[in-house]
Design a protein around this ligand. Structure first.
Ligand code: ASP
Length: 439
């Protein structure tokens, strides 16, 4: 049995947090590979080390003095070293970093040092081997992950190190220079390590006890989700439910390795299990609700649209030509509506409209802005009658006008479009009907 454990920045923000992490790792002998993030915020208003590194490097690349800023970063690590009474010294590492900053080696290198240094400390603290991620995680020339090479080298290397720390977030480009994933990317490193060592579980330790049924900023103390499938998670994550980096599920998903989201500050909580499939029923008919504001609907009308073959393609081509991806396309007999992200669409709106006119020759186009989309997701909906009915009667009672409805053929989710200003009320109404009333 092997477990890969990834710890987020808030789990490693101070010596005190490191101690909690140490206890967690040591309490289970199967926790053999550890993937740390950089130290995060210690308190509200604190700055993450990754952000400090970006800011310090920005000064260095403008040839401005950066000693003070780099020293502040060094103090963050020294505080951890002192608190844990480690014998490790990072003096030489910081000398190298200062030289590389002065030589403007790149902001990815700069940001990656947060994880790199934390990895060195974590390995020393646990007595595990340290593996520099730049020697085992590889990117292609274009910056995308080289999965094949990574899998090959990483799995070989892990075999030589029965217990090791692999810092998250970065790897190397073909020329050997450091490259990072997008922000929050240590989750991806953890997933790659889990895949490479054929782990039985990938534990992702953070500061919440898993995924919540709804956003706690809208629903106070929402229920947490015990088990969620990868597909459900994709739907919810796409619609804004945070916690795990979106890309992190792909490496382990193919291998059937479950992800367990856990809370470093409440290790006794089971957290959320993310699995390929499950016969476990979710506690409620719905698994989760998530949504986003800021959409725009483009309504297109044309007489006899229904019999004009290729009309939809022409309309969508106008969006494609402007490099805009669409979200949903509900349609009627002679009408078609395209939902897009307002911020993405706004700058290109006239070009898209001109394109639609030119390509599809519609009779009429109008637009509606400031819309929100809400996804109600649940594997249980497929086998339950009346889910949609309950959602819409709850919305009607909450005085929310529904602008759009889209149910995917998988019956895994129902997407509802409402006005931005009705967004919170709609989520509250849906949560109440399914969770509070235990239906
Ligand atoms: N430290 C990086 C960030 O703040 C990566 C990570 O934490 O996963 O985005």
């Amino acid at each position: 049995m092997k477990k890969v454990v990834k710890f987020g920045g808030s789990s490693l923000a101070s010596a005190e947090q490191f101690e909690k992490v140490g206890k967690i790792v040591k309490s289970d002998k199967h926790r053999v590979y550890v993937v740390p993030s950089a130290p995060g915020k210690r308190y509200d208003g604190d700055t993450k080390v990754t952000d400090m590194l970006y800011a310090t490097y920005a000064l260095a690349s403008e040839k401005k003095p950066f000693d003070k800023e780099l020293n502040a970063i060094k103090s963050r690590y020294q505080e951890i070293i002192d608190g844990l009474k480690l014998k490790t010294s990072l003096d030489d590492e910081f000398k190298t970093i200062a030289d590389n900053f002065a030589n403007a080696v790149g902001s990815d290198y700069a940001a990656s040092r947060g994880e790199y240094l934390n990895g060195i400390l974590m390995a020393a603290y646990l007595g595990y081997d340290f593996i520099d991620a730049a020697t085992v995680i590889f990117f292609k020339e274009d910056g995308t992950l080289d999965s094949k090479k990574t899998q090959q080298v990483l799995s070989e290397t892990l075999k030589e190190h029965p217990k090791a720390v692999v810092p998250g977030f970065y790897g190397a480009l073909p020329d050997g220079s450091v490259h990072t994933f997008s922000r929050g990317g240590s989750d991806i490193t953890g997933s790659l390590v889990a895949k490479a060592c054929k782990a039985d579980v990938y534990e992702n330790w953070t500061d919440v006890s898993g995924f919540m049924v709804a956003d706690p900023r809208i629903i106070p103390n929402p229920e947490s989700i015990e088990t969620i499938t990868y597909r459900e998670l994709r739907e919810l994550a796409y619609m804004g439910a945070g916690v795990l980096h979106e890309e992190a599920i792909f490496p382990v998903r193919k291998e059937g390795i479950p992800i367990n989201i856990r809370n470093t500050n409440a290790p006794e909580d089971e957290g959320t299990w993310i699995v390929e499939s499950t016969c476990q029923k979710s506690k409620y008919v719905i698994t989760g609700i998530a949504g986003k504001k800021g959409f725009c609907a483009i309504n297109i009308e044309k007489d006899r649209m229904n019999s004009e073959i290729g009309f939809g393609r022409k309309v969508l081509q106008a969006f494609e030509e402007q490099d805009i991806s669409f979200e949903h396309v509900p349609s009627g007999i002679d009408t078609m509506t395209i939902f897009v992200h307002q911020s993405e669409f706004a700058q290109k709106e006239q070009k898209v409209l001109a394109g639609i006119h030119k390509l599809a020759e519609p009779d009429y186009i109008d637009m509606e802005t400031d819309l929100a989309l809400i996804a109600v997701v649940g594997r249980g909906m497929k086998s339950t009658r009346g889910t949609a009915g309950r959602i819409f009667s709850a919305l009607a009672h909450a005085n929310v006008n529904v602008k759009m409805i889209d149910q995917g053929s998988s019956e895994l989710n129902i997407i509802i479009g409402v006005k931005n200003e009705d967004f919170e009320a709609a989520i509250r109404a849906i949560y109440t009907i399914f969770v509070d009333t235990q239906l």
